[in-house]
Structures are given as structure tokens and as C-alpha cells.
Write a protein that binds this ligand. Structure first.
Ligand code: DGL
Length: 331
């Protein structure tokens, strides 16, 4: 529902680039460059629409999110952490490329408290394309970040008039404005520039940060399963310094017997192994073999997000498979 009490909220915009700030130079051109429009110009355009929220911008980067990296994550985390403590800020919106938005969203969700809304937003069409979705998504994101009911739900992602929680959000299409999906939960709210409807109550009101932000991200490669794969696919990931492996397995996190056995050997040598799925949707649950092999089941997290959770836990010094499994099991 609309929440007029927050209609003049102070929202900090952290810009990182992506298609939402991209231009092609011509409305009918296919190729474009992400991260071209400065945040001030963007805010001016949004203000001109008559938004009541007061927007302050900070350009953290101007990249395509395929180039997102731990140093930039660290800068974003610090800016958000400061905003969480700053009484002058009511909410944060992060403009982000869509390619890795789900990873950034989950990382911040795991490492920040839930006392104020943090909303990631992107676009699938550059700003000067016909039917660009950028400004609409942005205005929707402001509306969400300015809403008193948005806090206590962790980090959120706003795309195509939908609000998806960080844990659930995944990019599911390479093109088209309806590129994101939520799994296991789909949208948790519907938003337009003139309406906002939450489908349930906040579930994490005033929750403190669950994990410390990593000083260093441990090496955790993803092993993509394919028919006929051989053990060399695992061996080349087991370099010195590899702390974990996420299997993007068949179906419910399966892999050929020889691969499972090699992964069990890896687990014995203290590399934490998480079984996720290369299939877009569906849970990967624990199997009895996981106990024998020392594996963890990714449950609802896809491989890239399972990797983020595992990295955050390993960086916090947690490498007991039972404790890691608990973190994968919980919402
Ligand atoms: N590669 C891009 C990025 O993630 C542009 C695509 C997008 O933002 O949707 O920044």
C-alpha cells in the first residue's frame, strides 16, 4: 500500500553502472555501452518526474556488472553500512548491471543489518532505447526504498514492476524486460510509480548482520556438470588455495559417480563441497550420500549464490559442514 508518511524520505543512490546507465547513441542501435549516464543527470531526470523523495547520489563505479569484483563490493558494503547508521538516510538504492545483480544482492543481504531498505535496481534496455525500462525501474526502486514497510525484508531487487528478495532473485532470461525471477518465492511485492503492494509481512525486522563482510574472498570455483565429464574437470579446480567447490550439478545436484567420488576426496582434504544445480529452478535437498561424502546441499540457492554464501562463511572461519548446511537451510 502507499505509505505517505515516507513520501519525503531521504534516499541515497549508489551508482555502479550497468544498462540502467547505458546508452546506445541511437534508439534503434543494438549495441550499447553500459554505465554512460552520470548519477547526477539520472537523479535530475527522476526529480523532474515530481518524486517526493529526496535523492542524493554517489557514483561508486561506472562498469558493466560482468566486471564487478570484491574491491567494489567492499566499497558498496561500506557505503551501505554507513547509510544504515546515518539518521539522515532512510533507504539506499543501488543501480547495478543485471548480469551479477543477484550476487551483489545476496552478499549485501548476508552482511548488512535489516534496519533500512537496500534496493538493487537495473534495466534490460539502455536509457535511449525505444521502451527503455530504466527510469521506470528506478522510480519503482525509489518508491520501495522510501516505504516504511520495506525494511525487515533484507536486500531487495526491483525489476519489471516486481520486488524480489535477494535470496530468491535470479536472472533467468538474457533479454527482455522481464528477465528476473524469484525462487523459491517469486515476487514479494508489486510496485509501479503510483502503487506498492506487499504480499506479506516483513520477516527479519531489525535483524543484525548475519556475517562479517569478508576481508578476503576465499577461492571457490564452480564446477559445471556435463555428460561424459572426467575427473580432470575437478582436478584442475583443486589448486593450492582452493577452499571450496560448488557443483552446478545435473537435476537435483547430481554428477557422474567418478566426479562424486573425486569431490568426496576433495571434501576429505578440507575443501568444502556444495551441491547446487545447473537447472534454473528447483531445490537441491540433502541425500543420505551427503553424510558419507561430507557434502552440503545448496537447497534454494543457485550455484553463483551458493558460492557467495560459502565464501562469506569460509571467510568468517566457519568450515564445519553441519553449520554451513544450517545456513543453506535457513531463509
Ligand atoms: N553486462 C551488463 C551488466 O550487467 C549490461 C547488462 C545489464 O545491465 O543488464 O552491467
Amino acid at each position: 500500500m502507499n505509505n505517505p508518511k515516507n513520501s519525503s524520505a531521504n534516499i541515497l543512490i549508489l551508482a555502479t553502472g550497468g544498462t540502467i546507465a547505458g546508452t546506445a547513441g541511437a534508439a534503434l542501435k543494438r549495441d550499447y555501452r553500459p554505465g554512460q549516464i552520470g548519477i547526477d543527470a539520472f537523479i535530475q531526470q527522476a526529480d523532474a518526474l515530481g518524486l517526493k523523495a529526496r535523492l542524493t547520489g554517489r557514483e561508486v563505479a561506472a562498469i558493466g556488472s560482468e566486471d564487478m569484483h570484491p574491491d567494489l563490493w567492499s566499497t558498496l558494503y561500506s557505503a551501505c553500512a554507513e547509510a544504515m547508521d546515518d539518521p539522515q538516510v532512510d533507504g539506499v538504492v543501488i543501480t547495478h548491471g543485471t548480469d551479477t545483480a543477484e550476487e551483489t544482492a545476496l552478499l549485501l543481504d548476508l552482511t548488512l543489518p535489516t534496519n533500512k531498505p537496500i534496493v538493487l535496481v537495473g534495466a534490460m534496455r539502455p536509457a535511449d532505447a525505444v521502451g527503455s525500462d530504466g527510469m521506470r525501474n528506478f522510480v519503482n526502486a525509489i518508491r520501495v526504498a522510501a516505504d516504511g514497510d520495506a525494511s525487515g525484508r533484507g536486500v531487495l531487487l526491483v525489476m519489471s514492476d516486481r520486488v524480489i528478495s535477494a535470496r530468491d532473485a535470479r536472472k533467468a532470461r538474457t533479454s527482455g524486460t522481464d528477465a528476473f525471477r524469484g525462487f523459491p518465492r517469486d515476487s514479494i511485492a508489486s510496485v509501479t510509480p503510483s502503487s506498492l503492494d506487499w504480499f506479506g509481512d516483513p520477516w527479519a525486522t531489525d535483524r543484525p548482520a548475519r556475517f562479517a563482510f569478508p576481508d578476503k574472498f576465499p577461492t571457490v570455483p564452480i564446477l559445471y556438470a556435463y555428460a561424459g565429464m572426467q575427473t580432470d574437470a575437478v582436478d584442475c579446480l583443486m589448486q593450492d588455495g582452493t577452499k571450496g567447490i560448488v557443483l552446478a550439478g545435473f537435476g537435483e545436484g547430481n554428477a557422474p559417480g567418478i566426479i562424486r567420488r573425486r569431490l568426496a576426496e576433495a571434501a576429505e582434504s578440507e575443501i568444502v563441497v556444495v551441491r547446487a544445480s545447473r537447472v534454473d529452478e528447483g531445490l537441491v535437498d540433502r541425500e543420505s550420500e551427503d553424510d558419507e561424502s561430507g557434502f552440503i546441499a545448496a537447497r534454494g540457492l543457485n550455484p553463483v549464490k551458493a558460492r557467495i554464501l560459502l565464501q562469506v562463511m569460509l571467510a568468517s572461519g566457519i568450515n564445519d559442514p553441519a553449520l554451513i548446511q544450517q545456513a543453506f537451510d535457513r531463509r
